[in-house]
Design a binder for this molecule. Structure first.
Ligand SMILES: C[S@@+](CC[C@H](N)C(=O)[O-])C[C@H]1O[C@@H](n2cnc3c(N)ncnc32)[C@H](O)[C@@H]1O
Length: 132
């Protein structure tokens, strides 16, 4: 299985700068913060997406995905329109409200998406169990 990850040039994942003090808050507070942000997320990240080039990079990366796709921390589903229509997509996110918007996109795009509210950190323990 191939994995496609997005990293900065320093090799660290981007900090969620729309969530103040995100490095200090616990998972429940992070979930609440993303729930609160969900309806405004695409408006607030518009500059990053379309002026600073995130949308172009997203398209380059995500158009390589094929077959069974696991979109971890899928947010509002901005990757969904890029995945091939024949893919089997599983989308997980910590925030029910972000995921709700992703589900609406999937329905409009008529995509086969299984979605689940889930803490991605739990995937690591699930994977550890399955390879033992
Ligand atoms: C900055 S948004 C990015 C969303 C999407 N990947 C995109 O490119 O537009 C970060 C997303 O990660 C989710 N998230 C943060 N921590 C998470 C975790 N531990 N498990 C699952 N999702 C998480 C948030 O709820 C939010 O939807």
């Amino acid at each position: 299985m191939k994995s496609i990850t997005s990293e900065t040039s320093t090799g660290k994942t981007c900090k969620p700068r729309y969530i103040p003090n995100s490095e200090k808050i616990n998972v429940n507070e992070l979930q609440d913060a993303y729930d609160d942000l969900a309806a405004q997320y695409e408006k607030k990240t518009w500059l990053d997406q379309y002026i600073l080039g995130v949308a172009r990079q997203r398209k380059q990366l995500m158009s390589k995905a094929r077959g069974k796709i696991l979109d971890v921390a899928c947010g509002t589903g901005l990757n969904l329109p890029i995945f091939p229509a024949t893919s089997e997509i599983t989308a997980i996110d910590l925030s029910p409200r972000m995921l709700e918007i992703a589900q609406q996109k999937a329905a409009v795009l008529n995509l086969n998406v299984q979605s689940k509210v889930m803490d991605a950190q739990k995937l690591v323990s699930l994977m550890a169990v399955s390879i033992q």
